[in-house]
Write a protein that binds this ligand. Structure first.
Ligand code: 2P0
Length: 349
């Protein structure tokens, strides 16, 4: 008799915001990067993807993925790579234990919900693929640890490998052609530096103009600044940032975060044709952070921008009044920052 059961597992994965940025692939098929990167994971409750993976012999034959209520194409190489790798691991378990139900041969149904705007430069693909991979790994009862899973999630979206960790996570670029050493690991848990806070200024919740995948490959092909960044700048900063986090040295963390965001956006500008992710409101946020730091007489706030105009500002809880307070005043006073466009989301990291 056919197995009538529906097997199910749920998980959530958080958004991560890089403080040392990933930009550039040396292998576009396997999502192998041209430099290592390091991120801070935002609090699970605030910005996350919730995913339920299920499978059943009685499901229609095609795998299904539904995101925020809308069916998605699952035939793309990235999603297929994740499904294929996870099924192979499950099949391996099944071949060793004949009492296990043959879930690897059942159609999958994945249902995901984001609680933040998709494709607005808020790393939705990172949380999305991390949650998808972990939900299926849980469904298949795979004995994999987060670093093992990060190798699979990376093939869905590069930055997804870092969202399998809380706190501070690094993605080691690796050197092997098969990508087996291009994985993420924990630099420090969130509890190591519980005073860290992040404030997100949603300048625009619209889909970005140039996708990361296209943008970064054009940068690799045309920017001379980029080559120096990948070769010299980032390896040095990875070490310095790791040390800043280990020592809980906020000034060093903040300075490196802002420098690396500037360096990443400089390589975008050095791309042919140039890529502009920042807009006037983003630049106003940079000016506001500089003014906050100047007024404090030291660095108490750090901005960073991904492939979009939204600002993420890091600060310590003790400086909440000065930092979040200054932004609140700015949100209320400046034209174009009112209402939805100026929404500030505060998160613990
Ligand atoms: C990062 N970004 O490190 C950098 C900083 C954007 C700027 O990772 O092609 O969606 O799926 O591997 O991960 C955005 O790129 O690109 C990104 P794919 P991804 O967070």
């Amino acid at each position: 008799m056919t197995d009538q059961k529906i097997y199910r597992a749920s998980t959530t994965a958080p958004v991560n915001i890089a403080v040392i940025k990933y930009w550039g692939k040396r292998d576009a098929k396997l999502n192998l990067p041209t430099n290592s990167s390091l991120s801070v994971t935002l609090a699970q409750n605030d910005l996350r993807t919730h995913t339920t993976a299920s499978c059943s012999a009685k499901y229609p034959a095609e795998d299904v993925l539904v995101l925020n209520g809308a069916p998605q194409d699952v035939t793309g190489a990235r999603t297929q790579a994740c499904f294929r790798e996870l099924r192979a691991l499950r099949k391996d378990l099944e071949s060793k234990d004949s009492s296990l139900p043959p879930l690897s041969s059942y159609p999958l149904k994945i249902v995901s919900e984001n609680n933040f705007p998709t494709a607005a430069g808020l790393a939705s693909s990172a949380a999305g693929f991390a949650a998808l991979v972990r939900a299926i790994a849980n469904l298949y009862e795979l004995p994999s640890n987060p670093t093992d899973l990060s190798r699979i999630a990376r093939q869905g979206s590069g930055s997804a490998c870092r969202s399998l960790f809380g706190g501070y996570a690094a993605w080691e670029m690796g050197t092997k052609d098969d990508g087996s050493d291009s994985v993420a690991y924990e630099v420090a848990p969130a509890s190591h530096w519980p005073e860290m806070r992040a404030c997100i200024l949603v300048v625009s919740a619209e889909k970005k103009g140039v996708s990361s995948t296209t943008g970064m490959q054009t940068t690799v092909a045309t920017s001379t600044l980029f080559a120096e960044r990948a070769r010299d700048t980032v390896p040095k900063r990875m070490k310095e940032m790791t040390e800043a986090i280990q020592k809980k040295d906020f000034e060093a963390f903040a300075r490196l975060t802002m420098k690396d965001s500037n360096s990443f956006h400089a390589t975008c500008l050095d791309t042919e044709p140039p890529i502009f992710y920042l807009n006037d409101v983003s630049r106003a946020a940079i000016t506001a952070v500089n003014a906050i730091n100047q007024a404090a007489g030291k660095i108490i706030a750090a901005y960073t921008f991904d492939a979009g105009p939204n600002a993420v500002v890091y600060y310590l809880q003790k400086d909440e009044k000065e930092v979040a307070g200054a932004f609140k005043a700015l949100l209320e006073s400046k034209d174009g920052w009112a209402g939805e466009r100026g929404a500030a989301v505060e998160v613990n990291s």
